[in-house]
Design a protein around this ligand. Sequence first.
Ligand code: SF4
Length: 161
Amino acid sequence: MLTGTVVNYYTHCQRQCWLFYHNLNLEDNSEDVRIGKVLHELKKQGKEEIALDGIKLDKLTAEYVTEIKKSDADLAAAKAQLEFYLVVLHDKGIIRKGRLECLEKNKQSKSVHTLMLTEGEIEERKVQYRQIEEFLNRELPPPPIRKPICKKCAYYEYCFI
Ligand code: SF4
């Protein structure tokens, strides 16, 4: 089943997406993952996370669905994840705008991005989600392509060593 995280990874790196989806979870102690885990714990303690039919929302108000990220390092992937939530909610008759809050590393500030989807864009995303599902059904992942983000990736050794 498609999730917001899978859509995020697909945008970030298709190979990572395939490996994650097929449960090739590698233990990762990188700083990025550690910060992510801490943020997840904080969210849990704040009891703001809302689980709804397979999607987990950081915050849901009358106007916005809010997704909180530890940085804006991959804004496109974070936005793709948030759009997925908007589409799922839309199909339940819950129409919202998206709000992405990125906490800046070593700073007190955060950047905030808002987005909304038209009906046409929602249909386009659904076509894309079906393509992602087909991609995930492939027997093998795509080959690794070295890029700057690889250095911080949990699959680095699996891909390149
Ligand atoms: S190491 Fe690079 S190619 Fe391999 S899964 Fe991670 S981001 Fe993708």
